[in-house]
Design a protein around this ligand. Structure first.
Ligand code: SF4
Length: 219
């Protein structure tokens, strides 16, 4: 069993930062998730956001979430301080990466491949531009497996020859803070994870739950 505390590991790195703020390329999955992460990380790092989310579907949604990211940076007063690197919508990269796993449930193999695709690209760009670290907002969500994300991040780091910044942003009440900040700034909050398959699952009529199974906490 993995007993690592990724938040503590991050705090240890922060405690060694000193005067010079290290640079970090932060993969952002969406504006709302990035809000509390930006509030926290910009205290200690020079943050640049990478917008690489070829999983998003349809293209209008990709554009809308990207615009929301920009709006958030403006409203948080970070538009000057935090640079934003964007990649065009390359859905073929996503479909290629998850081929054969389309019917997997959310949280299964398809998501693992989706994380890997985005984190490996972030590692590649971070190495190319000489960042000290790269990391992702993905660990802010309680619906996403932080151990898996950190494991994939570390493997991507090793492959690219750069440092992964460990995180478990939900540990500091990051997810609730993200909701608070999103409401405060009135930004768009999507109701599905992002891909075509998660949209379809969201649109399916909810299965009737027998009374004795209600309230189990699963989404
Ligand atoms: S459900 Fe979310 S994490 Fe999983 S494959 Fe779809 S977009 Fe990626």
């Amino acid at each position: 069993m993995n007993r690592r505390n990724y938040q503590k590991e991050l705090e240890k790195i922060i405690s060694r930062c000193g005067e010079r703020q290290p640079t970090v390329l932060l993969h952002s999955c969406c504006g709302p998730c990035s809000s509390s992460v930006l509030e926290y990380l910009t205290q200690f790092f020079q943050v640049t956001i990478l917008w690489y989310n070829p999983n998003l579907y349809p293209e209008d949604e990709y554009v809308r979430r990207l615009e929301t990211q920009k709006e958030l940076l403006e409203k948080m007063g970070l538009a000057e301080k935090v640079h934003l690197l964007t990649e065009p919508w390359k859905s073929e990269e996503y479909y290629g990466a998850v081929a054969g796993c389309e019917e997997e449930p959310e949280g299964g193999k398809r998501c693992e491949k989706c994380f890997r695709l985005r984190l490996e690209e972030c590692a590649r760009i971070a190495k190319l531009h000489g960042f000290d670290y790269f990391c992702s907002t993905l660990t802010v969500s309680r619906h996403k497996n932080a151990v898996l994300i950190n494991t994939i991040g570390e493997a991507a780091a090793q492959k690219a020859g750069i440092s992964w910044l460990p995180s478990d942003f939900k540990k500091r009440d990051g997810e609730n803070r993200s909701v608070e900040l999103s409401e405060k700034y009135g930004i768009y909050r999507q109701v599905y994870c992002g891909c075509e398959f998660s949209l379809r699952a969201r649109q399916q009529p909810k299965r009737e739950i027998p009374a004795e199974q209600e309230g189990t906490g699963s989404e």
